[in-house]
Design a protein around this ligand. Structure first.
Ligand code: ADP
Ligand code: MG
Length: 481
């Protein structure tokens, strides 16, 4: 019997996403990644006496944008509070956060599971500032502090305990990363810490409705680590409980070198942060008009587009999903279908030869010099039987991308147009059939599979320029006379 016949895992995730603003949440310091340590730290970031913070409007807009994309209710009356505690990377001695009054409430994120799509319920999305960074491995004796990150705007996306496996958690974080990138509020770079995840994990007996005691694994910085940490926690807890032990409420950390977690502290009764509204920051009220103006900037969302592509364009779920994986791909697809109604062919080209070209050259859509109209023209040439797909993708596509002209002009210049002149084809066909009379006899006796051999031979004689569809047709006519 495996553990999941008896137990069920329950997971709630808290994802911190760094908002892609140029400046910090309460002052004009740059948020650029990778600057020399402690160079983006004005007296406001440092919390010097007499300084006054001011809320970054863009950050508020981005938080609302995410809330709208997740179907949250947007809170109109907002304020920031101080969460007081001491830590060396927290220069002010408090973190400014929206503890009990999140800007976005409820909502959901749609994830993919082996059983199909499912909505993970959100509890809230709130805004807060980031702390600085303690670096323990730079100096032998000292911990180094870089405060550049202090004051960077974050949203914290908190789910209900509504995730039930490590795979679902993987799928959820993948979806969050796609979504924040899609709507342009966060670059989603987990390696640079733009997305970080805390995983709350508990187990309970199957059928039990009460939640078990949870542990919180802090600061997971890759999707892989989220999955590994949860897998480890579940197996640790099951083993503990099976051996008669009890799960302790704890905060834990993940060790990526061993894929295990270790306790960093037992959860204290966490009521000593002395939250109070920040007296230096005015509360802010959001009008319907303001929220509406942000809603109007929201692009069509991947889940909706995926459905539309299947319904309106007859694409497979797989192709639609691939096209909606990244916004750049979707945008390119959308720009091509403005010029042609061959939706399926466009999808095939974007996910096939174009993706291959991009991989070979290590470029994205931003660097791809391919006018959508020219791709549409190329697709039309293939559909008209003027060039074969293989010639179009291997020869014409690179030439069009290098700016050598329109697909038709290039095909003419490079002598790649397929011959669909019946007279010319007849000559090659006659030559081909005369060169293998035995095979012709076999064919006529019923070995119809030989047609491929004849077509191939004609193609060779034409140096690849014979339109294979037409050749097949003519061959069949001739052989069945
Ligand atoms: P805390 O005050 O410890 O941060 P919250 O109630 O705010 O706890 O919840 C934090 C996260 O933990 C949320 O994502 C929530 O869904 C999740 N969570 C709460 N209780 C449990 C539990 N027993 N098992 C798994 N996840 C839980
Ligand atoms: Mg927490």
């Amino acid at each position: 019997m495996s553990w999941n016949d008896k137990y069920e895992a329950v997971i709630g995730l808290e994802v911190h996403a760094q908002l892609a603003t140029n400046s910090k949440l309460f002052c004009g310091d740059s948020t650029a990644f990778g600057a020399a340590p402690n160079t983006h730290i004005s007296p406001i970031t440092m919390g010097h006496p007499g300084t006054l913070p001011k809320t970054n409007k863009k950050a508020v807009e981005y938080a609302i944008k995410l809330g709208l994309a997740c179907g949250c209710e947007i809170e109109k009356d907002n304020y920031f509070a101080r969460k007081n505690y001491f830590y060396p990377d927290l220069p002010k001695g408090y973190q400014i956060s929206q503890h009990t009054t999140p800007i976005c409430k409820g909502g959901h994120v749609t994830i993919q599971t082996p059983e199909g799509e499912r909505q993970v319920q959100l509890n809230r999305i709130h805004m807060e500032e980031d702390a600085g960074k303690s670096i323990h491995d730079l100096d032998e004796h000292f911990t180094c502090i870089d405060l550049n990150r202090a004051g960077t705007p974050l949203v914290e996306i908190v789910t209900e305990p509504d995730i039930f496996s490590a795979e679902e958690a993987w799928s959820y974080v993948t979806e969050i990363r796609r979504l924040v990138r899609w709507i342009g509020i966060c670059d989603g770079n987990m390696e640079e810490g733009s997305l970080r995840c805390d995983a709350n994990v508990s187990i309970r007996l199957k059928g039990e409705t009460k939640l078990g005691t949870k542990v919180e694994v802090k600061n997971l910085n890759s999707i892989r680590n989220v999955k590994k940490a949860i897998e480890y926690e579940i197996s640790r807890m099951v083993e503990l409980v099976e051996n008669g032990g009890k799960v302790q409420q704890q905060t834990r950390s993940f060790d990526a070198s061993t894929d295990t977690t270790f306790a960093i502290r037992d959860k204290e009764e966490a009521n000593d942060y002395r939250y109070f509204p920040d007296p230096d920051l005015a509360p802010f009220h959001l009008t319907d008009t303001f929220i509406q103006s942000i809603a109007s900037t929201l692009p069509a969302l991947p889940a909706d587009l995926k459905k539309k592509y299947q319904l309106d364009f007859g694409l497979s779920a797989y192709d639609a999903g691939q096209l909606c994986d990244e916004k750049e791909t979707t945008d390119f697809f959308a720009s091509v279908i403005e010029h042609t109604r061959q939706y399926k062919a466009v999808a095939n080209w974007v996910l096939g030869p174009i993706r291959q070209y991009q991989n070979e050259h290590g470029i994205g859509f931003a660097e791809l010099q391919l006018a959508p109209a020219l791709l549409a023209e190329l697709i039309q040439l293939v559909d008209d039987g003027k060039v074969s797909f293989s010639v179009a993708s291997s020869k014409l596509l690179p030439a069009v991308i290098s700016g050598e002209g329109s697909p038709l002009a290039i095909a003419e210049k490079m002598n790649l147009l397929q011959v669909s002149d019946t007279n010319e084809l007849e000559t090659w066909i006659t030559e081909a059939l005369e060169s293998m009379p035995d095979k012709v006899t076999e064919y006529r006796k019923g070995k119809k599979g030989l047609i491929g051999l004849f077509v191939g031979d004609v193609k060779k004689r034409s140096k690849g320029k014979a339109d294979p569809k037409l050749v097949t047709q003519l061959l069949e006519q001739k052989l069945n006379q």
